[in-house]
Design a protein around this ligand. Structure first.
Ligand code: AKB
Length: 318
């Protein structure tokens, strides 16, 4: 990886992967691509920034060609809750965007990183210790685009020798860029509410157990997988990765250890609850450990401590 283009660079994951890659490979080698959100000054000032729609293949090819890109981290996507509101648009952005990225990679000989998700599973999947290779029948549009994306990446890797690799991310928790449109967003919102109001009304039930991960681990997982020796990989795409498996109640109990008068209440959103209920509670990520050395750093307590500390600093500056 010498010249990298990151789509979705203004989003929750893209913004942090872009900055981590810029620190590692120097700002001018990492081309950030955004579309609907304005870039932060950090993103715009530390390296090249291009506005383009991933559905515009000509613009994508031009960006890759002009910048001699050899690797694309494709983070542009609509998330689960918004995709249920706008299913046709979600298919268009998530699938046509990915197809354009893979076609560009085929033509320009680039490697591709594609994030799949716990959403690629469904009710028929074993919810506990979800195997790496198992039944995948998601019933949400987001999940359908994720499982289709996994298959498309496999196809381009096998049919055209595109070095396409990917992970199945759990819910991601971070303080730098706000999440938007996801079902696991409660696990980010709760920190803002705890610091600003000392109370949070959660849209998922107290005992909704889902895999989660703190953003620094998510960034390391993506970069670690792309740096792995291809000879070591028997899977290329859709590696299960997780760091913790928690419920809203457990997360609020951990927050209360730092903010004693914090309270949580529940007002269930049936759409997001149904989405969460269709997802695994805890994935088995041993393949990622074995094939490329995946190892998360942050436990629940370490993540909560750092989130509260860093978010408090951020909020105090606003
Ligand atoms: C979402 O909630 O939609 C995402 C995901 C789990 O992929 N955070």
């Amino acid at each position: 990886m010498k010249k990298i283009l990151v789509t979705g660079a203004t989003g929750q994951v893209g913004s942090e992967i872009t900055m981590a890659l810029r620190q590692k490979y120097a700002g001018e080698n990492i081309i950030a691509v955004g579309h609907s959100r304005q870039p932060s000054s950090e993103l715009a000032d530390t390296g090249p920034y291009i506005t383009l729609d991933v559905r515009d293949q000509a613009a994508l090819i031009k960006a890759v060609k002009d910048n001699q890109v050899d690797t694309v981290f494709h983070l542009a996507s609509l998330l689960s809750a918004v995709a249920e509101k706008l299913p046709q648009k979600a298919w268009d952005i998530n699938m046509n965007g990915l197809l354009n990225v893979l076609e560009t990679a085929r033509m320009m000989r680039c490697a591709v990183f594609f994030p799949s998700s716990i959403a690629a599973f469904g009710y028929q999947t074993p919810a506990l210790n979800t195997p790496q290779d198992t039944i995948q029948r998601p019933n949400t549009m987001y999940g359908i685009t994720k499982v289709s994306g996994e298959l498309l990446c496999d196809y381009y890797q096998q049919r055209f020798a595109v070095d396409a690799r990917g992970l199945r991310y759990p819910g991601l928790i971070s303080y730098k860029t706000e999440a938007g449109g996801g079902t696991t967003d409660y696990a980010v919102e709760i920190f803002y509410a705890a610091l600003q109001k000392k109370s949070y009304q959660c849209f998922l039930k107290a005992d909704t157990q889902l895999d989660m991960m703190y953003m620094p681990d998510a960034v390391n997982a993506a970069i670690g997988l792309m740096q792995a020796d291809v000879e070591q990989l028997s899977h290329h795409n859709a590696f299960n990765v997780t760091a913790m498996s928690i419920t809203p109640e457990q997360l609020s109990t951990e927050i209360k250890r730092h903010i004693a008068d914090f309270t949580i209440s529940y007002k269930i959103d049936p759409v997001r609850q149904a989405i969460a209920d269709s997802w695994p509670k805890h994935m088995d990520d041993r393949c990622a450990h074995q094939e490329w050395g995946w190892q998360p750093e942050f436990t629940l307590s370490a993540m909560v401590e750092e989130m509260l500390e860093k978010l408090a600093v951020k909020l105090s500056k606003q």
